[in-house]
Write a protein that binds this ligand. Sequence first.
Ligand code: PBG
Length: 330
Amino acid sequence: MTQPRFPAARPRRLRATPALRAMVRESALSPADFIWPIFVMAGQDAEEPVPSMPGVVRRTVDRVARAARRAEALGIPAICVFPYTAPEDRTEDCAVAWSTDNIANRAIRAIKDAAPGIAVMTDIALDPYNINGQDGYVRGGEVVNDETVAALVRMALAQAEAGADILGPSDMMDGRIGAIRDALESEGHQKATILSYTAKYASGFYGPFRDAVGASGALKGDKTTYQIDPANSEEALRMVARDLSEGADMVMVKPGMPYLDICRRVKDRFGVPTFAYQVSGEYAMLRAAAQNGWLDGRATMMESLMCFKRAGCDGILTYFAPEAAEVLGG
Ligand code: PBG
């Protein structure tokens, strides 16, 4: 595309006033773009801070209900629930993962009771319940695939029973989307949607999250035999094609900001609902710099979120959700 030469073209004309800038703005951010990840813990009427994620707390199930009503008031359509598990919930067989009464499933029901209009998203992976912090069973030093998928199916069904609207398999095992979809169909959960963590990279940016869910001390080894190599982008596209063919309704790229190229390629190639996860490490970096006075916290928060929309995302999982929604609403 050619532009007229200066001075016929003076691009600054369209940047000159807020009204003109608003008229030509290409992307828009609204609270409806956010999925708010929250951490749930056992107990009553309590919250505790997550030290590596300033401003983020773990809350008890009753406080989750309060968060759900806050989300509703702010126009945030969805909450994603992550459990903080005590060491005694971490076992060899990970059985707490599919217990109807584990705190994640209780939180799903509490959100549905408190704010029925909020969509509840889950995380499907064994790491909060696994003795070694891995997303799948470890046998002979290896994370095994098929046995893990069978457990993930049980976990997914328990979440759907609890009333989850959006199931989020984050484990990166092969065949899990198809297996979960088949089980949902045959067990009467035709309306449960799957937002697959499709392009989930083996990233150093998940560190603060692992503190938040109590997995840091538990994790033995790394996740490079199942999460994607950060050097790859064609592979991410193959994963999207595969997950869609197996029955995913929506796909996710994770982490977010360092992977905006992947977001754009996925959206352009497939045109399906595409989400990015602005993960714990991204949040921690921005917060820490702001707390030191090195960055303008509010400006960089809003800019980072807008960048996802520009990159083609339909929405963002972000710990900034309530704060950013407040900025947008006020
Ligand atoms: C667990 C899971 C992780 C995150 C979401 N689900 C951590 C991991 O894979 O180790 C990370 C989220 C974040 O860092 O904010 N399968």
